[in-house]
Design a protein around this ligand. Structure first.
Ligand SMILES: [Zn+2]
Length: 347
C-alpha cells in the first residue's frame, strides 16, 4: 500500500540502513503526532493561516495512514504513539477527539484531546473520559478569533482546565506561544506558574519549547533546568546544537522523541541563520523559495530521518549510549503514558 504523503526512495532506504536502523530500539514511542480525518475540519469556516511552513506538506493523516507511515519508515520496529488532532482553527475538536479515542482505545497508543479555551471544566471532563484520552493539547489557534501575535498561555489554556487536569493527574503537552518562545520571560514565568500551581499534571513542553534556532535554547533552557518535573518532546528539532543543549541542561530522562507527523514527511534539510531556520526541501510548496541545485536536492531524505539522525548523533556524540537512546525513544514516554492510563481508571 502506498502512503498519500510521501514516496519512500532508495535515498531513504540507504539513510535508514546507514544512520538509523542499527541504533534505534526495537520498541519506539512517538510522543507527539497529529491524526485527523478531513471531515474533522469545517471548511465552511475560514481558517487562520500563517501562509508559510508547514502549509501544503500534508493534509489530515488518519490513524491507519500513520501506522502505515511507521511501517514504511521504521521497518522491523514497533512504533506506538501519543496522537491528537491537528490544530487548524476550523477543527471540530470534539469530533476529532471522539475519533482519536475510538481508533486508539484498546491499543498500546494513546491520545490527547484538543480543547477550546471557552469550554467549561465539565465539558472538558467529558472529553477526558473518552477511552484512551489521557490529557490535552491546547493551541493558541483554537482560541476563537485568534489572529496571530503574542498571547498568554492562560488565554488558550485556562486555569479552569489546568485545575481539572491537576485533579486528575492528566497529561499536558504545551505548545509555547509568543514569537520569542523560551527567550520570552513571560513564557518562562507561566510555565513555572503551571508547575507551582498544578504539580500533578504531567507537563511536556512541545518541540523543546519551539527552540528550532539556538538562541531560544540558550536563553530559555537554563531557566527550566532545575525542575525535573518539566519534560520535553523534541519533535521538529533538526538542530544538533539544540539537541546537545537540551541533553546537557535537562538530561536524557526528561526528553522524549517525537515526530510531529505528518509535517515531517517533507523531504530535505535545515540551515540556521541567527534566529531563523531555513527549510531546504525539494517539495513543491508555495513557501519553498530557498532552492538548491537539483543534484543536491536529489540527495535529500525525509526530514523526519534528519531529525532522528540529529538526535541520535548528538546522544552518541555526548558520550551517552543505548540506555539513554531507549529512554528518549521509548521508555520515558511509555512509562508516563502507562501511569496516566492507570490513573484514568478513576476519572
Ligand atoms: Zn505538532
Amino acid at each position: 500500500m502506498e502512503h498519500p504523503y510521501f514516496e519512500y526512495t532508495d535515498v531513504d532506504r540507504r539513510f535508514w540502513e546507514e544512520r538509523l536502523a542499527g541504533r534505534l530500539p526495537r520498541n519506539i514511542f512517538d510522543a507527539h503526532r497529529h491524526v485527523q480525518l478531513p471531515e474533522h475540519l469545517d471548511e465552511s469556516v475560514e481558517r487562520y493561516t500563517r501562509g508559510s511552513f508547514p502549509e501544503g506538506i500534508a493534509g489530515p493523516e488518519s490513524v491507519e495512514q500513520a501506522r502505515l507511515g511507521y511501517e514504511i519508515m521504521f521497518p522491523g520496529h514497533d512504533v506506538q504513539f501519543l496522537g491528537f488532532g491537528s490544530p487548524a482553527s476550523n477543527v471540530d475538536c470534539s469530533a476529532n477527539n471522539a475519533w482519536v479515542s475510538e481508533e486508539l482505545a484498546g491499543t498500546a497508543s494513546a491520545g490527547l484531546a484538543l480543547n477550546r479555551p471557552e469550554w467549561s471544566a465539565e465539558r472538558l471532563l467529558e472529553e477526558l473520559r473518552r477511552p484512551a484520552i489521557i490529557g490535552i493539547k491546547p493551541y493558541e489557534r483554537l482560541k476563537r478569533g485568534f489572529e496571530g501575535g503574542d498571547i498568554s498561555i492562560f488565554d488558550f489554556c485556562p486555569h479552569e482546565h489546568l485545575e481539572l487536569l491537576d485533579d486528575l493527574g492528566g497529561w499536558l503537552t504545551l505548545h509555547p506561544p509568543r514569537s520569542e518562545r523560551l527567550a520570552d520571560p513571560a513564557n518562562i514565568d507561566e510555565i513555572l506558574e503551571i508547575r507551582r500551581r498544578y504539580p500533578n499534571i504531567v507537563l511536556v513542553i512541545a518541540h523543546l519549547g519551539r527552540s528550532y534556532a539556538g538562541r531560544y535554547a540558550r536563553e530559555g533552557f537554563p531557566q527550566l533546568a532545575d525542575d525535573p518535573g518539566i519534560l520535553f518532546d523534541n519533535s521538529a528539532v533538526l538542530n544538533p546544537a539544540v539537541h546537545a543543549l537540551a541533553l546537557d541542561r535537562f538530561g536524557p530522562e526528561r526528553i522524549m522523541w517525537a515526530s510531529d507527523q505528518p509535517v515531517f514527511y517533507m523531504r530535505g534539510r535545515r540551515r540556521w541563520e541567527g534566529d531563523r531556520y531555513i527549510n531546504l526541501t525539494s517539495g513543491d510548496y508555495a513557501w519553498n523559495v530557498d532552492r538548491e541545485p537539483p543534484e543536491v536536492e536529489a540527495t535529500y531524505t525525509l526530514s523526519l530521518y534528519e531529525a532522528i539522525a540529529a538526535s541520535l548523533d548528538t546522544i552518541m556524540g555526548l558520550g551517552y549510549g543505548e540506555a539513554e537512546i531507549r529512554a528518549i525513544f521509548h521508555d520515558t514516554a511509555r512509562r508516563l503514558v502507562d501511569e496516566v492510563m492507570r490513573r484514568k481508571e478513576t476519572w
